[in-house]
Design a protein around this ligand. Structure first.
Ligand code: NAI
Length: 542
């Protein structure tokens, strides 16, 4: 804690450096700055208390200060133990120059994030953003909104409520459900402490929440599972599946930040090498394109025949990892799935191969299994870069009858301990692409803040809503139901209307010098769309 502002960051003295970077980032984030210009005066987020759990980077600083410019109160934690940029965290805490804060007396936003948190600290920080003490009454009033990336804050509230209903925290960790058990055990300890201190806290928090907006594919999967089981406790907006998010951030963002992470971590030449990308969804497509762009020969694996066919048609070899793993120099996981790189894969890798994950959680690569290999030695090359030396092995016939050849001593370089390497080893996606993502986030928060009641209703006339949205009525506009969501049980997961998606894209065209062609009235009638959009049906895939 520092002065009167509740804050836990590495060093508030880093604020000046963070502020310079934020200032440059603002220039590259036209969508967020346009929302500030459009809405700061009307303060549409006034009364909102936003608990944010999203990588505390320079770009996120611009998001946070857009939310506060629109009237919100905000508390922030990172959604990953390695992804915080300490100077950005410090600058947000100290506050904007016009707030007059200093490192000694910060006046910005309460931030609880630093690079290199322990798991216990991580969950304590996530817990902090849900604590809102009203200075007048001393009462904990809780947040009204969550802005989540990966769903950890949402999970904490849901599991907290479940524990309060049971009167106890479940005692058996469930490896594989969310990650490996060490992490789960730390999480359950956090829950247990909260339950002991105040057994009604999470129930009160959930009751006060108008909703959550979720940033990423993995978090959306978790929300969809909660909605499917009828257990979602508040409305949710799926920001990830706005076209201007997943088709840009997940793809073009990765295309930039994957090589950035590899270079800063290892500085190993990518050109001429063989790289393996596990998964060819949006992130996998960006990863494969980036590696090919660096001159690597890229091999892809997929479990989905459509994505496998796409990879083949894009000119990539499609193979199973186990068939080629002894020949590849880089293995990058992009699936958001569990256990896609096993210890057997790692044992078969080439000497000094680089292994990294860019999917949301650290359960894609079995790092826990690697730790358990007899005789394995872990050497820290630098923070977030570890060499794992595997002892020489004699030929062995496994219980499955498969012969494992004799292998000499060799080592594998594992990045960010299997956590997302673009944020652990570099600084994540660049500002411009995050501007599109975060403009969707602000729109989603506006929608939830102003129209939670409305979100419970099925939209009868989406088109009319889209027209209204296009006319500048941002809040409470129509939303699109997640396919497969159940009726009548709990809350659902929604997307923002296409008119807003198009608006987000429009806000980014000018900065790139794009001249958009306008439909003539005749052409619009011919296509059956409005001159002002939306231009595509909901099922269009871009
Ligand atoms: P996606 O669903 O479009 O793609 C994932 C792909 O992996 C799918 O095509 C799926 O069929 C494939 N897959 C699943 N299991 C597999 C297996 N065992 N072997 C091979 N392929 C497999 O999801 P998206 O949007 O590409 O996101 C992937 C992950 O990246 C998610 O965890 C997401 O949250 C995360 N993400 C990370 C970002 C970062 O900055 N590091 C940015 C955006 C998303």
């Amino acid at each position: 804690p520092s002065g009167t502002l509740d804050v836990r960051v590495r060093d508030l003295a880093l604020a000046d450096s963070g502020r310079h970077q934020i200032r440059l980032a603002e220039h590259e984030m036209p969508g967020l700055m346009a929302l500030r210009a459009e809405l700061a005066e009307s303060q549409p987020l006034s009364g909102a208390r936003i608990a944010g759990s999203l990588h505390m980077t320079v770009q996120t600083a611009v998001l946070i200060e857009t939310l506060t410019a629109l009237g919100a109160q905000v508390r922030w934690a990172s959604c990953n133990i390695f992804s915080t940029q300490d100077e950005a965290a410090a600058a947000v805490a100290v506050g904007r120059p016009e707030d007059g804060g200093t490192a000694e007396a910060p006046r910005g936003v309460p931030v609880f994030a630093w690079k290199g948190e322990s798991l216990a600290e991580y969950w304590a920080c996530t817990d902090e953003i849900l604590t809102w003490i009203d200075p007048a009454t001393g009462e904990d009033v809780g947040p009204t909104l969550i802005l989540d990336d990966g769903g950890d804050a949402t999970m904490l509230v849901h599991e907290g409520v479940a524990a309060e209903r049971r009167g106890a925290v479940e005692s058996d960790p469930q490896p594989g459900e969310r990650g490996y058990s060490a992490e789960r055990i730390v999480f359950l300890e956090t829950l247990r402490r909260s339950l002991a201190a105040d057994p009604g806290r999470f129930t009160r928090i959930a009751a006060g929440l108008r909703g959550v907006s979720e940033e990423t594919t993995t978090g959306v999967h978790r929300l969809a599972q909660l909605a499917e089981r009828g257990e979602l406790l508040f409305p949710a907006v799926n920001v990830n599946d706005s076209v201007t998010k997943s088709k840009f951030d997940n793809r073009y963002g990765i295309r930039h930040s994957l090589p950035d992470g590899l270079n800063r971590a290892t500085d190993v030449l990518i050109g001429g090498k063989t790289a393996f990308v596990v998964g060819y969804g949006d992130v996998g497509k960006g990863a494969a394109e980036a590696l090919r762009g660096q001159g690597a020969r890229v091999i892809v694996s997929e479990i989905d025949p459509i994505c496998a066919l796409q990879a083949a048609m894009d000119g990539f070899q499609v193979a199973r990892l186990e068939e080629v793993v002894d020949r590849v120099d880089f293995v990058i996981t992009t699936t958001g799935n569990v256990g896609v790189v096993t210890v057997d894969h790692i044992r078969a890798m080439k000497d000094k191969a680089v292994l990294g994950n860019i999917g949301h959680f650290d359960n894609e690569i079995d790092v826990a299994g690697l730790e358990a290999v007899p005789g394995v030695v872990r050497t820290e090359i630098k923070p977030q870069v570890h060499e794992w030396t595997l002892p020489a092995e004699d030929e062995e016939i496994g219980p499955d009858g498969v012969v494992r050849p004799a292998r000499p001593e060799r080592s594998v370089i594992v990045l960010s301990e299997g956590r997302l390497l673009n944020l652990g080893n570099a600084t994540g996606h660049p500002s411009f692409v995050m501007s599109a993502s975060f403009t969707n986030q602000v729109l989603a928060q506006l929608d939830l803040h102003a129209g939670a009641e409305y979100l419970r209703l099925q939209v009868a006339d989406a088109e009319q809503d889209q027209e209204r949205a296009h006319d500048g009525e941002l809040a409470s506009s129509g939303e699109v139901r997640q396919e497969g969501a159940q009726e009548g049980t709990g809350f659902d997961v929604h997307r923002l209307p296409k008119a807003l998606d198009e608006k987000v894209a429009r806000l980014h065209l000018e900065a790139l010098g794009v001249d958009l062609t306008e439909l003539t009235k005749e052409q619009a009638e011919y296509l059956g769309v409005d001159v002002a959009g939306p231009y595509k049906p909901e099922h269009y895939r871009y």
